[in-house]
Design a protein around this ligand. Structure first.
Ligand SMILES: NC(=O)c1ccc[n+]([C@@H]2O[C@H](COP(=O)([O-])OP(=O)(O)OC[C@H]3O[C@@H](n4cnc5c(N)ncnc54)[C@H](OP(=O)(O)O)[C@@H]3O)[C@@H](O)[C@H]2O)c1
Ligand SMILES: CC(C)(CO)[C@@H](O)C(=O)[O-]
Length: 316
C-alpha cells in the first residue's frame, strides 16, 4: 500500500498541530476548516512549538467536506460540541474500509460514530497534548503531545493491538509524534478522564489554573476524590484503574507548566463546553451499571448551568 491519505476534520489546536506534523513528514493531508478557511488556504499553517516552530505555506484546505477527497484515515478533531455535524461530514470523506480516528476528549464517541459510518474501522486516540489556536492558522503547541491509540469494537470489547493501529502509529511516529498502543480503548478513555474530569470541571467552576488547584489543600483533596470517582466509573464497566495511576496523574499535574484547561478557555471565550462528552457520557455509563458518582454529578449539574448561560448569551 502507498502512503495513507489523511483528512483532518477540524483544523484547530489539536487537528492543526497533528495534521501539520503529518504533512511535514511527507503525508498527504487534507484539512477541513470553518472560519479560518481563507487565511489557511492563502497562507497555510504556522506551528509555534516547544519542539521547534515551522510553517507549511501551502496546505490542502477545504470549507466543505463534500469537496474533500475520500481519505484512508479521517481524524475527528472538532470540539465534541460540534459532533452533531459528523453525520453530514464523515460518510463522504472516509474511504470504504478506511479508518475514522477520534482524537477528542470524552467517552462513548466511537460508539456514536459506529452508528454513522459503515464498512469503516474506528480508532480512538487519547491525546496528552497542550496546544491552543492563537489566531487563524496559527497554532501554539505548549507541551507534551503523546497519543495513546486504541481500536474500537462493538460494546468497547478490548481488541488488543491490531495491524491497523501499528500502521497508523507508524505514520505518527515518523512525524515525530510519540504513540503508545492501548489494548483496551475503553480503559484508555477512562484513564484520560481521571485528568479531564477534575481539572476541566474545577478550573471552570473555581476559575482556577491547574497549579492553583494543586497548591490548595482543599482543592487538591477534591481533585483526588473526583479521580477516585472516575476510577469507580471505570470499575462499573469492568475496567480497573490502579490507585498508583491516580498518584501518577497528581504528580504529572504538579510538574506541568501552569495550565488553563481547554474547558476553561472555552468558558472564558463564551464557547460551548464539552460537558456531555466528558461528564454526561461518563455518568450515563456508570449509572446504567447501577453506580452513582455523586461528586461528578454535582460538577456536571453546575457545568450544565454555566453551559446554558453561555448558549443563552450567544443567542441574545
Ligand atoms: N487542544 C489540546 O491541547 C487538546 C488536548 C487533548 C484533547 N483535546 C481535544 O481535542 C478536541 C479538539 O479540541 P481543540 O483544542 O483542537 O479545539 P479547537 O482549537 O476549537 O479546534 C476545533 C476546530 O474545529 C473547527 N470547526 C468547528 N466547526 C467546524 C465545521 N463545521 N467545519 C470545519 N471545522 C470546524 C473550529 O473552527 P472555528 O474556530 O472556525 O470554529 C476549530 O478550528 C476536543 O475534544 C478537545 O477536548 C484537545
Ligand atoms: C491532560 C492534558 C492537559 C495534557 O496531557 C490535555 O491532554 C487535555 O487538556 O486533555
Amino acid at each position: 500500500m502507498g502512503k495513507r491519505t489523511y483528512a483532518i476534520i477540524g483544523t484547530g489546536a489539536l487537528g492543526g498541530f497533528y495534521g501539520a506534523k503529518l504533512q511535514k513528514a511527507g503525508n498527504n493531508v487534507h484539512f477541513l476548516l470553518k472560519s479560518d478557511y481563507l487565511q489557511v488556504k492563502q497562507h497555510g499553517l504556522l506551528i509555534e512549538s516547544k519542539d521547534g516552530d515551522f510553517i507549511l505555506p501551502q496546505v490542502n484546505a477545504y470549507n466543505d467536506a463534500e469537496k474533500m477527497p475520500r481519505c484512508d484515515v479521517v481524524v475527528v478533531a472538532l470540539k465534541t460540541t460540534q459532533n452533531h455535524l459528523l453525520p453530514q461530514i464523515l460518510p463522504s470523506v472516509v474511504k470504504h474500509d478506511g479508518v475514522v480516528l477520534v482524537l477528542q476528549n470524552g467517552i462513548g464517541i466511537e460508539a456514536e460514530i459506529s452508528q454513522i459510518v459503515s464498512n469503516t474501522y474506528i480508532l480512538g486516540g487519547l491525546c496528552f497534548l497542550c496546544s491552543n489556536k492563537v489566531s487563524p492558522g496559527h497554532i501554539h503547541h505548549l507541551d507534551y503531545g503523546q497519543i495513546a491509540l486504541g481500536e474500537y469494537a462493538s460494546n468497547y470489547l478490548p481488541t488488543g493491538i491490531t495491524d491497523r493501529m501499528r500502521e497508523i502509529a507508524g505514520d505518527f511516529q515518523n512525524a515525530g509524534i510519540s504513540i503508545e498502543l492501548a489494548e483496551d480503548l475503553l480503559l484508555g478513555r477512562w484513564k484520560k478522564l481521571v485528568w479531564n474530569i477534575p481539572y476541566n470541571g474545577l478550573s471552570v467552576i473555581l476559575n482556577a489554573t491547574t497549579d492553583e488547584l494543586m497548591a490548595d489543600i482543599h482543592t487538591c483533596q477534591l481533585v483526588k476524590q473526583l479521580m477516585f470517582e472516575v476510577a469507580a466509573g471505570a470499575k462499573s464497566t469492568g475496567r480497573i484503574i490502579p490507585d498508583s495511576f491516580i498518584q501518577t496523574m497528581l504528580d504529572y499535574t504538579v510538574k506541568m507548566t501552569p495550565y488553563r484547561t481547554s474547558m476553561k478557555i472555552d468558558f472564558d471565550e463564551c464557547r460551548p463546553l464539552e460537558v456531555e462528552a466528558i461528564f454526561g457520557n461518563s455518568l450515563n455509563k456508570a449509572e446504567s451499571a447501577g453506580v452513582n458518582l455523586p461528586q461528578i454529578r454535582c460538577l456536571y449539574q453546575q457545568l450544565q448551568f454555566l453551559n446554558a448561560r453561555i448558549q443563552n448569551s450567544v443567542l441574545t
